[in-house]
Design a binder for this molecule. Structure first.
Ligand SMILES: [Zn+2]
Length: 417
């Protein structure tokens, strides 16, 4: 592991500051390369402009005074975006009654915002490659940053990352102090000692979940259409194909998965957005991810609402099944779900907040599955049988240290209940 230190010719205390920033950046990059075998930051070409489609959801005129307008940037990863829609944006709308709210975000996501805001600005499909620069709620893209800056002329801008603050940050209702609760649970404000605090969504999952503003069910027309294109007993597969973080399984694995599920009596539909999923490797399976209709999320949700279940490996596409209450089977790493100092892993929290139906988690490490893909397929068969018998308990699958993971799991569920 290489480490370079920079000492700019500036007197203290600035020297200390620069030193720390550089070391931190290098660590983030090195850790990322080590864990995922892909660079933390891909080169990014600078755009002159970015074009949007505007969806206006009501007849309210847009105020001329920019102080009456809020522009929310929703350029985050899908798994976080959905948490934003169900928990953060509804809170924001409540906090600023009467203001005109514009959400801007990814192509094809208009359905997530139709019931929430006055307008949705959908970036044109040509710019969807910018998704490679998102990291959870925030992004590392200079182009997306410029979009957020340019929107300041229209209203007060809420950057993508500040929605994340709602999720991980507590605030004091007495003195206004905001802090993110990570290692230690605070019962009182660290600044003034007040106990009147608004808890972060992640530290109070169960009570926030009761107040979730859920994504509406697709229209009857769409549900009927979905039924008409699906065979009975159909399972949806999402095959992760992302540049960020790697963790993509080989096409050959999916060929075997399809044949396994077909041998169990299921039909298959191939789902996902084309920018972040692999193309379907089997000709006779319907590849919805590459069809024009998949650009409208309501169509995809209507299909999912009609499925027996969905299957996915290390991807947040489970949100779609979770939001519709359709069962799903997910392979995910233990540290993503369970481990953190005083609550579950971030993905564990997000998964809990966005799943309103049964879910089967198979806790496995990506590398262990890559070394033993046939073993993973045997597990899929076993767990699908369990799901048929209504057994949706978490299972520890292919991990190096089963006992360690079991401990983490028990600790996690102790905290959750
Ligand atoms: Zn305080």
């Amino acid at each position: 592991m290489a480490l370079a230190l920079f000492f700019p010719k500036i007197d203290p205390p600035y020297r200390q500051y620069f030193f720390e920033v550089n070391v931190e950046d290098l660590n983030t990059h090195d850790k990322h390369v080590q864990r995922y075998n892909v660079p933390y930051r891909l080169p990014e070409k600078t755009l002159d402009k970015v074009e949007f489609n505007i969806h206006k959801f009501n007849n309210r005129p847009k105020p001329k005074n920019r102080k009456r307008v809020i522009v929310i940037s929703c350029f985050s990863e899908f798994g976080c975006e959905t948490i934003g829609c169900m928990y953060c944006i509804p809170r924001l709308v409540k906090r600023y009654p009467g203001l005109y709210i514009i959400a801007m975000g990814w192509h094809g996501r208009e359905y997530l915002y139709r019931h929430l805001v006055d307008e949705f600005w959908e970036v044109k499909e040509d710019y969807m490659w910018l998704r490679d620069y998102t990291r959870a709620f925030h992004h590392i893209s200079s182009n997306l940053k410029r979009i957020e800056e340019a929107a300041c002329h229209i209203g007060s801008v809420m950057p993508a990352e500040s929605l994340g603050n709602y999720v991980i940050g507590n605030s004091c209702r007495t003195c206004g102090k905001f802090w993110s609760e990570w290692k230690k649970r605070y019962e009182e404000c660290p600044a003034c000692g007040s106990t009147v605090i608004t808890r972060a969504v992640f530290t109070d999952l169960q009570s926030y979940k009761k107040e979730a503003i859920r994504i509406p069910k697709p229209s009857d027309k769409k549900l009927k259409w979905a039924k008409s294109i699906l065979k009975p007993k159909t399972v949806g597969i999402f095959a992760r194909g992302r540049k960020t973080y790697g963790r993509n399984l080989k096409p050959d694995f999916y060929v075997k998965l399809i044949s396994l599920l077909e041998s169990m009596g299921y039909n298959i539909i191939w789902l996902g957005e084309k920018q972040s999923t692999q193309p379907c490797p089997v000709d006779h399976v319907l590849d919805f991810s590459r069809m024009e209709e998949s650009r409208d999320l309501e169509n995809t949700l209507a299909i999912i609402a009609n499925l027996s279940f969905t299957v996915q490996f290390w991807t947040a596409s489970t949100r779609l099944a979770g939001m519709m209450g359709t069962p799903f089977l997910l392979f995910e790493s233990p540290e993503q779900i369970y481990s953190s100092a005083n609550r579950g892993g971030q993905e564990g929290c997000r998964l809990e907040l966005a799943s309103f139906g049964p879910k089967k988690l198979c806790i496995s490490h990506f590398n262990t599955v890559c070394e033993n893909p046939d073993g993973a397929l045997e597990l899929v068969e076993e767990y699908v049988e369990q799901m048929k018998n209504n057994d949706f308990s978490d299972v520890i699958g292919l991990v190096e240290n089963k006992d360690g993971v079991k401990l983490l799991r028990d600790e996690y569920y102790d905290k959750l209940t």
